[in-house]
Design a protein around this ligand. Sequence first.
Ligand code: FES
Length: 273
Amino acid sequence: MFRIVEARFLGPEIKLFRIEAPAIARRQKPGQFVIVRVYEAGERIPLTIADADARAGTITIIVQGVGKTTRLLNRKEAGDFVLDVVGPLGKPSEIARYGTAVVIGGGVGTAIAHPTARALKEAGNYVVVILGARSRQYVILEDEMRRISDELYVTTDDGSQGQRGLVTDALRQMLESGRRVDYVLAIGPIPMMAAVAELTRPYGIKTVVSVNPIMVDGTGMCGGCRVQVGQENKFACVDGPEFDAHLVNFRLLATRNSMYREFEQRALAEFER
Ligand code: FES
């Protein structure tokens, strides 16, 4: 059992949890994730480690309540427990001194991008952060990202904060203005990551995305997290979750992620009844 030491909402159905998990806190690196099981018969959900404190023995995860399990988790408070937290899993982010690194966080993807953005800054990069969300209340970790970046831009679909539009609009403006960009990391909804990949492709900019397919075991055994990358099949849990954005088959990824949608919607409807 893993004790929750802090739980607070960052936005509608977006909740931050700090959980006691000393062994994971000591070993984790930016880009890695954990698999959480909330109760005995519950599904396993992969959640990227948004932060960790090795001295306090805690890890931070940020959960968007979109289905039955994530909504159940979001009902937990400080002092409550989650059944299992397994990790750290996956490969850490590839951190290097690229030059100008643009880090794009779409919605709750910002939580995943945050530790990698910080590591890129510590490695000596000039870090530009672009945060995108539906509207103001869905923009998360803006202050944290501002602290570890050289420039920060916010875009919202409805214009309630920052520039009205999409993260790709802000990135396009940067690229068309002739600014040099050496590396792009994009984490968020699949259509957003696919759009970023198409935008940077003609410029030949190294672009990385963090994918979040359905996972079961998290150890490369079940095949649930299969992603097509170039001509190869990769398992996001052991080969990823970060991949070369220009090689990921986003269409297949979206199809596989929606395979259980009907079942998920039924489970959510029963849970809310
Ligand atoms: Fe089973 Fe990756 S989650 S192979």
